[in-house]
Ligand binder design. Structure first.
Ligand code: ZN
Length: 454
């Protein structure tokens, strides 16, 4: 993702580079096979590589949707020209303003993870939330164990750092990585917020109880809840304001969550107290609802995963009912096209066609000024970025998410003709549509920026 200057105006421009090598049909010696007539390579459509590709492209496209639909919060600026970074990857405009506007990484990655089959993809991390001190994965998720693992859990013998506070904090710079907090806790926190939004608007939770146990989970309700949060931000509200609005009440009848930081501080966590037995118990401290939601949700996914005759674990994507037995959120037998996102076969970035007046109309995380609309407090012109030489950094892809099999890379080939023609699925069809490279304006001056996206 780049801020590129066309005829004097910056436009946000995109490219998804795809390394399709893992998807090509290979011969016995592992070499890609060319079609005898056309001389082109052929895509295999089966297997784990294709599922990884489909999950990853769904995740990355969701980032792209939010880059246009919730641009203020995604970029942390109110005009594209401020989305410019120096050669060390630091924003050249007002950094404080950026941190007020920019959505927390756990929400960005959590919402993009909510559309992929994340419960399959990261099942080891979910299991780490039900692993006892003896190192054994328990049969089910218990709220107290979730709290304990969230605070002190391990993954692969090392601290897992599930706490949302680790996501944008110094943990990353210490080289620990933020997979657990961004992609797992972020996913669970996003779903919990979606459910709170639902409860606020419809009075009912996506978790459907019967005789005090979970009878079903409505992913349709989770979709509606997340949709309402993103739509409200699109229309100008801030995440802070929405969280305060949908917050449940504490025991004194006051709002439990005042803003994003407050939510981040209280989600799942509690204050440990030592029982007479010496065991530490994590009191819910009023946010018991979040650990109970996570427990109920994960136990239902675990229950579905263990149903007889299944090929896959529960999918974890809010695009599908929980029990759909598939390794991909994309229906490979269906064709669809989108008038909003069309693939351009090009190895250059292509400008977004959404006018800035629309893309930047929404709110980000917090109010940088007094107005409810982030848009209305214009940044200081003197902070506008200076054009730099283009230093394209790696972006896109799940490179840092610990998925070795991910076929997407940032420096990969552009999608080729074989790929587009092979398409029968939603994503392929979207890629197939010709948006007309010739219609895309040519950049007059390319500008450096820290490419974002993961
Ligand atoms: Zn991502």
């Amino acid at each position: 993702m780049h801020a590129v200057k066309y005829d004097g105006d910056y436009k946000l421009s995109y490219m998804i580079g795809i390394d399709i090598d893992d998807l090509l049909i290979k011969d016995l010696s592992g070499d890609s096979v060319r079609d005898e007539d056309t001389g082109k390579f052929s895509l295999g459509r089966l297997g784990e590589s294709m599922h990884t590709f489909e999950n990853t492209i769904t995740h990355e496209l969701f980032h792209a949707f939010m880059d246009d639909y919730n641009r203020t919060g995604m970029l942390g600026v109110t005009k594209v020209g401020d989305y410019v970074f120096d050669n060390n990857g630091n924003l050249t405009s007002d950094a404080q303003r950026y941190y007020k506007l920019h959505l927390p990484t756990w929400l960005i990655e959590g919402s993009a993870s909510a559309v992929e089959n994340v419960y399959q993809f990261r099942s080891d991390y979910f299991d780490a939330l039900r692993t006892g001190p003896d190192g054994k994965v328990k049969d089910s998720f218990a709220a107290s164990m979730i709290v304990e693992c969230y605070l002190n859990g391990t993954y692969d013998g090392k601290p897992a750092y599930f706490d949302l506070a680790n996501c944008d904090a110094s943990v990353e710079s210490n080289g620990v990585g933020h997979t657990a907090s961004a992609y797992v806790s972020g996913y669970l926190a996003t779903l919990y917020l979606a459910d709170l939004a639902n409860i606020k608007s419809t009075g009912t939770s996506a978790i459907i109880l019967k005789d005090n146990s979970v009878d079903n989970v409505s992913t349709e309700k989770l979709r509606m809840g997340l949709n309402s949060i993103l739509e409200r931000m699109h229309k100008g509200e801030t995440l802070d304001g929405i969280i305060a609005d949908i917050s449940p009440a504490n025991s004194s009848g006051k709002k439990l969550y005042g803003d994003t930081a407050d939510f981040q501080k209280k989600f799942i966590k509690g204050t440990p107290t030592e029982l007479p037995s010496g065991v530490l118990e994590y009191a819910a401290e009023g946010d018991e609802g979040s650990s109970n939601f996570v427990m109920d949700y994960l136990n239902y996914l675990n229950y579905v995963s263990n149903l007889p005759d299944r090929n896959y674990k529960a999918n974890g994507s809010i695009l599908l009912p929980v029990d759909v037995d598939t390794g991909s959120p994309i229906n490979s037998t269906k064709q669809a096209s989108s008038e909003y996102y069309k693939i351009t076969e090009s190895n250059k970035v292509v400008p977004s066609t959404v006018p800035d007046s629309v893309a930047f109309a929404g709110g980000g995380k917090s109010n940088p000024g007094d107005s409810a609309r982030a848009m209305s407090s214009e940044p200081d012109e003197s902070l506008a970025a200076q054009p730099l030489e283009q230093t394209v950094q790696g972006d896109g892809a799940e490179a840092e998410s610990g998925n070795d099999a991910a076929p997407l890379t940032t420096e990969g080939q552009s999608p080729n003709g074989e790929f587009a023609n092979e398409g029968q699925s939603l994503s392929d069809q979207a890629l197939e549509n010709d948006s007309g490279v010739e219609n895309a304006p040519e950049p007059t001056e390319e500008v450096a920026q820290g490419a974002k996206g993961e």
